[in-house]
Design a protein around this ligand. Structure first.
Ligand SMILES: [Zn+2]
Length: 157
């Protein structure tokens, strides 16, 4: 018999996807109460959603939203102007290409972050989690690059 796991992200867990979702909600609440910067909360939601496309990625735009969030979180976390430009871009974007989710959605899961209570360590783990997810989506790197070009144009205005 197979090990019990989350149907979407494959994290080994007895209570399956419901248990996985419960851990995500608790972790998000913990990060919110720790008053982590907004981009960290967005990245946590993005990483988790990209690993759970069926319930969370209903609109094509959502993949573009979350993949660019992860990209800027990993590479331009401190650049407020760029993060603002990204939000303006996604709010006004339409008919973006859909990025099909990969079969394998990353080696790390929400439990990589959920077990930590210390702020610096949780921030570090969130980066690792996001890195693992965006690597799993790397066949869409050309799309991410095009979207980031659009964001840079918004910033230039
Ligand atoms: Zn899961």
């Amino acid at each position: 018999m197979n090990e019990p796991q989350c149907t979407y992200c494959s994290m080994p867990i007895l209570s399956g996807e419901e248990g996985c979702r419960a851990i995500f909600k608790e972790t998000l609440k913990k990060c919110y109460l720790m008053k982590l910067p907004h981009i960290y909360l967005q990245a946590l939601i993005g990483s988790y959603s990209l690993q759970h496309p069926e319930p969370y990625l209903k609109e094509p735009k959502s993949t573009a939203d979350f993949l660019t969030v992860l990209y800027y979180f990993l590479h331009h976390e401190q650049d407020e102007d760029l993060l603002r430009a990204r939000r303006i871009w996604i709010d006004s974007a339409f008919s973006l290409e859909y990025a099909n989710p990969p079969e394998f959605k990353g080696a790390l899961h929400i439990n990589h972050v959920s077990v930590i209570t210390e702020e610096q360590e949780i921030k570090k783990r969130m980066k690792e989690y996001a890195g693992s997810v965006i690597t799993a989506y790397q066949m869409h790197n050309d799309k991410i690059e095009r979207w980031c070009d659009m964001v840079s144009k918004v910033r230039g205005t």
